[in-house]
Design a protein around this ligand. Structure first.
Ligand code: NAD
Length: 361
């Protein structure tokens, strides 16, 4: 099969869809692999690395034109719509429910679009989890950084120091993001509380954290108390397929201590705080009612070397399986890959996307 990957052109996105080790395996399996020049440069993989692994280096247009299967990271942006066509399988994050123009482009071109974020197996959403793990850890990094005075914070060390109390980190939502944020904050010796509304998840976390953090059921009174004593609040809630529940209102900001920092990881789902709006690494922080908000919507994009490896560790076995099924449309044989199909033959296949865009075919 002819498989390509391209350089990401979305602003400040430097991850890449296949690493050289993956290219070598695909070539050994008998596939032809095309890599756009410079595709992996910022993620730590040179053109020579890809060539040594057996890839042919090409330009952007050739990479798309040669591909029966094109693998990338982010959804195609408008400049890439021209490359979509019927005899192409596209394997990447798509987020179509929130992207009508891309959905229309995929439908008009009759492209087979398989979205990482909807691939489902017995463990859940395996191609989403690695990016949540990274975003959770980065939330703890952001907390440590933006509490410092040079970054506009109150000038406190997250974990305190001998004889000086640590900061209090309140994590709302103890799923993948929240767990990793809590573990890293604990590693930096912060005092951590995790709130969740799922009794099952609370039990699992209680076991995992084994007394190192407080794990409590979230209700309005408990949340208000936690907010009033927090130095950092991390929003990590998710109700699958829905906009994030707004767990902190604008009025709640008055409960916070002077200098407290809000980090809304759930911003990509609309945000866990009423006062959140998406920001980028170019300008990550803004203030509402004197409270600083950090709401970077693509946190893993800040660590492309780590996040490319974490992403491709998860995507590669699926990519290899997809390639082994041969060109085009035999993937219904594989229920896990089939769960990722969002568009096919000019129609929306995924129920969630169809529900979000009911007027499209
Ligand atoms: P998850 O499903 O693993 O965890 C979500 C948790 O929130 C669950 O344990 C759930 O019980 C809990 N929850 C739901 N409603 C709640 C409420 N009202 N109060 C308290 N807890 C509640 O999800 P995840 O993978 O950890 O993702 C969390 C969020 O982070 C998602 O919105 C995801 O899209 C986002 N995310 C953002 C980035 C980024 O770069 N900003 C990267 C990855 C993930």
């Amino acid at each position: 099969m002819r498989i390509s990957t391209v350089k990401e052109i979305k602003t400040r996105e430097a991850r890449v869809g296949i690493v050289p080790a993956g290219v070598a395996v695909l070539v050994q399996d008998g596939h032809d692999v095309f890599v756009e020049r410079d595709a992996g440069a910022v993620a730590g993989f040179s053109d020579a690395d890809y060539e040594d692994a057996g890839a042919k280096l090409v330009d952007q247009a050739e990479a798309w034109a040669n591909a029966e299967l094109l693998v990338k990271v982010k959804e195609p942006i408008a400049e890439e719509y021209q490359f979509l066509r019927e005899d192409l399988t596209l394997f990447t994050y798509l987020h179509l429910a929130a992207d009508r123009p891309l959905t229309e482009a995929l439908l008009n071109a009759r492209t087979l679009g398989i979205a990482y974020e909807t691939v489902q197996d017995s463990t859940g959403l395996p191609l989403l989890t690695p990016m949540s793990e990274i975003a959770g850890r980065l939330a703890a990094h952001a907390a440590a950084t933006y509490l410092t005075a040079p970054e506009g914070g109150p000038g406190r060390l997250l974990g305190g120091s001998p004889g000086v109390a640590p900061c209090r980190v309140v994590v709302i939502g103890g799923g993948v993001v929240g767990t990793q944020a809590a573990l890293l904050a604990l590693g930096m010796q912060a005092e951590v509380t995790v709130l969740d509304t799922s009794g099952t998840r609370i039990r699992e976390l209680d076991n995992l954290l084994n007394g190192r953090a407080r794990v409590v059921m979230s209700d309005p009174a408990t949340l208000a108390h936690e907010l009033s004593t927090a130095d950092v609040v991390i929003g990590a809630v998710l109700v699958p397929g829905k906009a994030a529940p707004q767990v902190v209102s604008r009025g709640d900001l008055a409960l916070l201590r002077q200098g407290a920092l809000l980090i809304d990881v759930a911003i990509d789902q609309g945000g866990a705080f009423e006062t959140s709006r998406p920001t980028t690494y170019a300008d990550p922080i803004y203030e509402v009612d004197g409270v600083r908000h950090y709401c970077v919507a693509n946190m893993p994009g800040g660590v492309p070397q780590s996040s490319t490896r974490a992403l491709t560790n998860a995507t590669f076995p699926h990519l290899r399986r997809l390639a082994s099924l041969g060109p085009y449309r035999t993937i219904v044989e594989d229920p896990v890959l089939a769960s990722g199909v969002n568009t096919c033959g000019g129609a929306i296949i995924h129920a969630g996307v169809a529900e979000a865009l009911p007027e499209l075919p």
